[in-house]
Ligand binder design. Structure first.
Ligand code: ASP
Length: 432
């Protein structure tokens, strides 16, 4: 609580927590006082999303906070419009600022969606269901299975499905759905937002609208991701679900496709859609099995033998190595500082005896090629296989899925290296 002095000042101006105010020339929303902040300051949430502590020399009320709607809007329905189902799993896209707690928290039920994004109802009948309420950093492989199960059970009743998802691990879920719902005969787009919907710079509404537009105006079937293409509000891009990766912590155009072109785009300003259907004709296969007993290690200067020992002790069925460059790790000993590198190689060989060990690259873009340098050849000889043009997180999810659907490591290797849904190619085009 604010000090009694500040409280009486706020009372005098009829200002409450949640109201929009001007403090010493700074505009924002008045937040509650965090336990550790100074008793002399009030906390403002600026439109940029940052909180600022200010001594209230000049205080002015700009706008009272919105009162909770008691009556929810009836969702309009039209026989002539396509039906789009929005499944919420949580994340910023399903969140708004909590004035009580000072942070961003999930707060939507289905009708809220229509109230928040009325544009959606102009192009489709919106149906919505909350299937989880979590920030995506808390997602577990078991949640991917629940989402896939839900999509499978409802896909024939809708013209398209949007999955509202936190952006942090959205790429992992995209990859998992790509394998679990192979060649799905419905369009499914994962949509997140980098800024919550109550901030003026929010990307939530445009990402959602663009996803619905794409699903209703194209023949797209499959798993994709729809997010801002540029940092302004002009276009959204639709990326292949398995190849989309969050490449920036805060920009609205954070998602890029790794080693593959976008599937299409939506020009929000002109309200147009671009899509070229290149999908192959193949049968829908639902396969939700997954083996999450998979480890992950990042190569870097200073690696120790004990780290590989630890992986061996864990009894993993699969391990992803996020190597350097074309797929390397320190395996050459030539002076006192590198003496342990040969031992690392020996340990990797031991690890690969009972576990499928896959080399990926921290370069993210590009293809693994362990035939170029001596180090790569040695690691390959030790039993490590190449992830080809799959980036580390995609390879991690695919390894879990491949192991979950195999009786042996050989079978898992065959599944892992094969293309399931456009996530791996045998050749890469050279991009400057
Ligand atoms: N940490 C959040 C999440 O991934 C961020 C977001 O929602 O975009 O759920």
């Amino acid at each position: 609580m604010y000090s009694s002095e500040i409280q009486s000042l706020l009372k005098q101006e009829d200002i409450e927590v949640g109201d929009r105010v001007n403090v010493n020339g700074f505009e924002g929303v008045l937040m509650p006082k965090p336990d550790k902040s100074s008793t002399e300051t009030v906390i403002l949430k600026l439109d940029s999303g940052y909180n600022l502590g200010l001594e209230p020399e000049e205080l002015e009320l700009l706008e009272k906070k919105e009162q909770e709607e008691v009556e929810k809007t009836d969702i309009p329905y039209s026989e002539d419009k396509p039906d789009i189902l929005v499944l919420h799993t949580g994340g910023t896209i399903a969140s708004r600022v909590s004035y009580e707690e000072g942070g961003v928290k999930p707060a939507f039920d289905p009708e809220d969606l229509v109230e928040m994004y009325p544009e959606l109802t102009e192009i489709c009948n919106v149906h919505s269901e909350v299937i989880a309420q979590m920030l995506s950093e808390d997602m577990e492989p078991g949640h991917w299975r629940d989402i896939a199960e839900k999509i499978d059970s409802v896909k024939d009743s809708y013209d398209g499905i949007i999955i509202g998802h936190g952006t942090d691990t959205l790429g992992y879920t995209g990859a998992a759905l790509n394998f679990m719902l192979q060649n799905i005969d419905t369009g499914v787009l994962l949509v997140g937002s980098q800024r919550s919907s109550d901030r003026p710079s929010s990307d939530a509404a445009i990402n959602l609208y663009s996803a619905a537009k794409f699903l209703t105006e194209t023949e797209f079937n499959g798993i994709g991701v729809c997010m801002h293409e540029t940092s302004d509000d002009s276009t959204c891009t639709v990326l292949p679900g398995s190849k989309a990766r969050k490449m920036h912590t805060s920009r609205r155009d954070a998602f890029k496709s790794v080693n593959r072109e976008a599937l299409g785009s939506v020009n929000y300003e002109e309200d147009t859609v671009e899509f070229e259907d290149t999908r192959r004709d193949a049968e829908y296969v639902k396969n939700l099995d997954i083996d999450s007993n998979v480890g992950f290690i990042k190569v870097r200067p200073g690696m120790t033998v004990e780290e590989i020992d630890f992986l061996i002790e864990q009894d993993y069925n699969g391990v992803i190595i996020e190597g350097t460059g074309l797929g390397h790790m320190p395996v050459n000993s030539f002076d006192s500082k590198t003496e342990h590198h040969e031992k690392i190689l020996e340990k990797v060989e031991e690890l690969a005896e009972n576990c499928l060990v896959v080399m990926t690259s921290q370069c993210i873009n590009g293809r693994i090629d362990m035939d170029v340098y001596d180090a790569g050849l040695k690691i390959k000889d030790a039993g490590v296989i190449e992830a080809k043009d799959m980036h580390p997180e995609l390879a991690y999810v695919k390894l879990m899925w491949s192991l979950g659907n195999s009786e042996s490591l050989e079978q898992a290797e065959q599944l892992f290296t094969k293309d399931i849904g456009g996530e791996v190619t045998e050749r890469s085009l050279y991009h400057e």
